[in-house]
Ligand binder design. Sequence first.
Ligand SMILES: Nc1ncnc2c1ncn2[C@@H]1O[C@H](COP(=O)(O)OP(=O)(O)OP(=O)(O)O)[C@@H](O)[C@H]1O
Length: 342
Amino acid sequence: MSISLERLRRCSIAVDLGASRTRVYLKRTGVIVDEPTVAAVNTRTGGLIAVGTLAERMTGRTPAHIRVVRPVSGGTVIDIAMAQRMLRLLVGNKLRRAWRRRPLMSAAVCVPHDADPLAQRAAMETLTGVGARRVELVDTLIAAAVGCGLPVERPEATMIAVCGAATTQVAVLSLGSIVAAERVPVGGDTVEHVLVQHLRNEHALILPSQAVRPLHQALSGEGAVGHDTEVHGRDVATGLARSVRVDVESLRTALRTPLTGLLDSIGTVLRRCPPDLVADLADRGIMLAGGSALLPGLDSMLREATGMPLNIADRPGVCAVEGLGAMLDGKVQPMMLEAIVS
Ligand SMILES: Nc1ncnc2c1ncn2[C@@H]1O[C@H](COP(=O)(O)OP(=O)(O)OP(=O)(O)O)[C@@H](O)[C@H]1O
């Protein structure tokens, strides 16, 4: 995927349509939307009831005629019409005003590193459907690296892992390009799934989706071996509300298996890089971006397993859209400009 910074500078908005959250950056303004990629639909009338945070709160609490849907899965728009309707509502008046000023707006969109032509087309159609005349596709890894402030233009290696909800993308960059990259289906959703399964299998407890985040907090606790936490859910057999005390260490053990996939992808990317670049990384280490970079203990686990320094981006969730926004605003260094324009 080639990027023309010249063309990006002509774009008015930058969009990151993630499996978990949708972020929109308005040129020279900043991030104007950061909401869950969720829509609630009335199946009787086909009408949209809510989008974003409000729709996400309805998850698991709706009557039969209301369905909560996620139009993006694994970084790919799977329901273009729904994604367009959601985007229109999320951006609302702010974008409509900008649209009126510049009706033939161009938009830049992040797409996963190895997005196939169908996924690229779906992202383009989503944006053209909400009024963009031209759509520029940008590799999420480059956008996130710029957003984290990594010196991607230099002839030295930088390594980034963008840990999203559905997938994690890992790459080594040098001279404004990706030297090696890998995408694995491990992210925040995987962690959530493992926690839910663990409680079901070990404690016969069905965990409501809203109860997962408090478990993250318990996992981030002092890390002391042996401490436990109270979890509320529904008994698998009786269907009644029940609380159990869960050993936090057993949750950490359950999470080790999916996180091994992430570790393997780092190894694969490093093996594909020339030794000189790998040597650069010994000091510089890995930058973690994406919302799941905040998963408790992920950084220490990777630090321990790789022996490399680990840094978490300041605002890991919005790195990609902010990096894209920096390109739109022309904040990217001229030298970097030459390196990335292809
Ligand atoms: N403080 C936190 N602690 C643990 N996990 C978190 C935290 N904040 C966000 N997450 C997780 O981060 C994930 C969302 O990350 P992000 O917004 O980068 O995903 P996305 O870009 O929508 O997904 P994808 O890149 O897979 O399309 C969710 O799975 C969420 O549970």
